[in-house]
Design a protein around this ligand. Structure first.
Ligand SMILES: Cc1cc2nc3c(=O)[nH]c(=O)nc-3n(C[C@H](O)[C@H](O)[C@H](O)COP(=O)(O)OP(=O)(O)OC[C@H]3O[C@@H](n4cnc5c(N)ncnc54)[C@H](O)[C@@H]3O)c2cc1C
Length: 417
């Protein structure tokens, strides 16, 4: 089934009876060429690109819950390529290019909206560091515009410019940054992978990883044993638990990140805005809700819900930046389990066990990485070599200290540095 304007029109006029299921619901086979654990954004995109770019279709994606029920359907949907350091810049740049063609590639409306992202700065020092970051983005071939205070005011007139504690000096505009509908991204990749023959198996928890003589041979699941010579762990916040099944201790901690959405309002915020002093960022969804979030809760947890002190902290930062937000009613809040790495950067790598691969450490920024992560992970699994876009996300960097990368040089928790 392909989507097109004509098809939507035809179905609309004939009672919407011709739509078929987006993907099959197959029984697991006894053996596959490759198994991907986790049907989040990264697991599904890995399966899609394995099939599309490398012709590997005898694959299963095993999901313990329902497809897209993890962080891929819980995030605040920001898509950007505004990193500073080599290693990250080329990876996120590649990801953004994939985003820009994603709807055509998947034949699926993921509602990618390049409405522009503005990172505010509030001091001379911060301006310098954003200017450097903007130059790095331009050198990478991406876009960045340094705005002064008046430039920001023209675009975001509703901010509090007279705040004596946190005066707004300007902002770094990333015009190609924006948002996308998160669960549609999971569904689009799932549909694309399924159409190419990949088995998406939900309600199938992996409970063990089989290893013989240093080689992976398959997995144990709640729906029986399944054999495969290649197995990828792509489970985000559950990385430590799944890696432990292979006897591995991975330098990742699981922490909750919360998000909030208000009642639907008329269009008021037409960019993604990120506060440079409090940890707070906001955009407006196509339904009108203000979608916002802030810092991670400051303790490790596997609970998919957050605590009230962090909710208060986020609201406080929002009120400081844009007092008008106090009039909006918060409708919902939720949490997701983040796989926080010590340096704020991900891992896309082989492990010391032959055939066992690891994709993790996406912290609070892995949604925008979904296309490139799947692309690079598929390349690694199919060819055994790292993709040119992800040569530095190596697990041994935590042993060697070589190639430690991070977004801002502040590690995974900005406020602790
Ligand atoms: C509130 C919030 C806001 C965020 N905002 C942004 C943002 O604006 N921009 C951005 O780029 N990123 C953002 N992120 C981060 C982003 O969502 C994550 O980094 C990314 O989604 C993680 O990768 P994933 O999609 O593969 O994870 P998930 O969707 O969590 O996928 C992992 C899957 O593995 C499954 N699994 C786990 N254990 C097993 C097992 N034993 N067997 C089988 N399956 C298993 C889980 O059920 C889950 O479905 C945000 C996250 C949250 C929670």
């Amino acid at each position: 089934m392909r989507f097109s304007a004509l098809r939507v029109l035809k179905e609309g006029l004939t009672g919407n009876k011709g739509w078929t299921a987006h993907w099959r619901d197959p029984e697991p086979k006894a053996e596959y060429d490759a198994i991907i654990i986790g049907a989040g954004g990264h697991g599904l995109s890995t399966a899609y690109y394995l099939a599309k770019n490398h012709g590997m279709t005898n694959i299963a994606v095993l999901e313990k819950g329902y497809l897209g029920g993890g962080n891929v359907g819980r995030n605040t949907t920001i898509v950007r390529a505004n990193y500073f350091l080599p290693g990250n810049t080329e990876f996120y740049s590649h990801s953004l290019k994939l985003w820009e063609n994603l709807e055509i590639d998947l034949n699926y409306n993921v509602m990618h909206s390049q409405r522009g992202l503005i990172n505010l700065f509030h001091s001379d020092g911060q301006r310098d560091s954003f200017a450097r970051r903007g130059n790095a983005m331009i050198n990478q071939g991406d876009d960045a515009v340094l705005l002064d205070r008046d430039g920001v005011r023209k675009l975001l007139p509703y901010l509090d410019y007279e705040n004596t504690r946190f005066p707004i000096y300007g902002g770094l505009l990333h015009p190609r940054g924006g948002t996308a509908r998160h669960d549609a991204v999971a569904w689009g990749y799932a549909r694309g992978a399924d159409q190419r023959g990949v088995d998406l198996i939900q309600n199938c928890e992996v409970t063990g990883i089989d290893i013989e003589n240093g080689k992976v041979t398959g997995v144990q699941t709640t729906r029986g044993a399944i054999k495969a010579k290649k197995v990828a762990m792509v489970v985000a916040g559950r990385t430590s638990q799944v890696a432990a099944m292979a006897g591995m201790k991975v330098p990742v901690e699981s922490t909750v990140l919360q998000a909030f959405v208000t009642e639907g309002l008329k269009p008021v915020i037409n960019h993604v805005v990120s506060f440079g002093m409090g940890h707070f960022y906001i955009s407006q969804s196509d339904k009108g809700g203000l979608v916002f979030g802030g810092d991670v809760d400051f303790y490790a947890s596997y609970a998919q819900r957050g605590n009230l002190p962090m909710a208060e902290h986020v609201m406080e930062a929002g009120m400081t930046l844009m007092p008008m937000i106090g009039k909006a009613k918060v409708l919902r809040s939720w949490g997701g389990i983040m796989d926080m790495s010590p340096d704020g950067s991900p891992t896309i790598d082989k492990t010391h066990i032959d055939g066992l691969f690891l994709n993790c450490g996406w912290n609070y920024g892995g949604f925008k990485a979904v296309p490139a992560s799947g692309w690079c992970m598929a390349h690694l699994m199919a060819t055994g070599n790292h993709s040119e876009h992800a040569t530095r996300f190596l697990l041994n960097r935590f042993k060697t200290g070589y190639d430690l990368l991070d977004e801002e040089g502040t590690g995974s928790q900005h406020n602790l540095h």
